[in-house]
Design a protein around this ligand. Sequence first.
Ligand code: SF4
Length: 313
Amino acid sequence: MRIGISACLLGQRVRYDGGHKRQDSLVETVGRHVEWVPVCPEVELGLGTPRPTLRLEGPPGDLRLVMPSRGEDLTRRMRRWAKARVRALGREELAGFVLKKGSPSCGVARLPVYGESGRRTRRDGVGFFAAALLEAFPDLPVEEEHRLCDPALRESFFVRVFATQRLRGLFRPRWRLEELEAFHEREKLLLLAHDPAGRRSLGQLVARGTELPRAELAARYRKGFAQALARRATVAKHAKVLRRCLGYFERRLDAGERAELSACIADYRRRLVPLVVPVTRIKHCARRFALDSLLAQSYLDPHPQELMLRNHA
Ligand code: SF4
């Protein structure tokens, strides 16, 4: 699985001052499971390292990328380069992208924009490469590195990344409708934790699968799936899914075991234990009763356990 990343976050010395912004925890823990695809827009544009700083200027809708110390306007050059680079990245089949905050090339949001007098006028800029990436791949999971320090946002991002990769494995040439039905069945609890209405619409789409041209069906499922998982999975939604899992064992557990599992879900609902606790107990029960349909649910293992993304309360 490949994930794009601003090259300086990997430790490459490509910043304007010849330094880097290596994110150790990201590079080391996640790096064992993915292949990074580094991009440094400013170096690839030929600006070299070290180099004078760039900044965004101009009114909304007419942003420019400028190098104030040389009075150079790099807007057209960067736009042309970014368009071509993003097209090339399309062939890399990326499952996500991590971008550097605050850069006029890589930043995703809230960048400072300056007036010609050199004073900051507002804070709503988007980096030129980031804008091209988001426009070309609106459903690609994209995050700034600092947001990945928040455990909930980090989990949410990697749920989407690994789900994007699973979906990519489905829509190979000559995919069959039964494979899409089986895929949707395996993803149903995960979708329920993020977007119950989206899950319902996707189910209806799959049920009408034979009526639609295959390319349209695949495109609509891809978009709906990405949009559903982009919605936040809250504690309340997770608790609902966990109770749904409990239903799989209703008649198999004795009253004491059932009460214990319910109490564990309630503890999670009150944020006394992290999500990994009830999920581990449910997996244990599913294995004990050989409930293959539940064990096959991506919800139970949406990303590698070693990433410990569900261990936060
Ligand atoms: S933020 Fe982007 S443009 Fe700046 S050094 Fe890092 S990769 Fe290069």
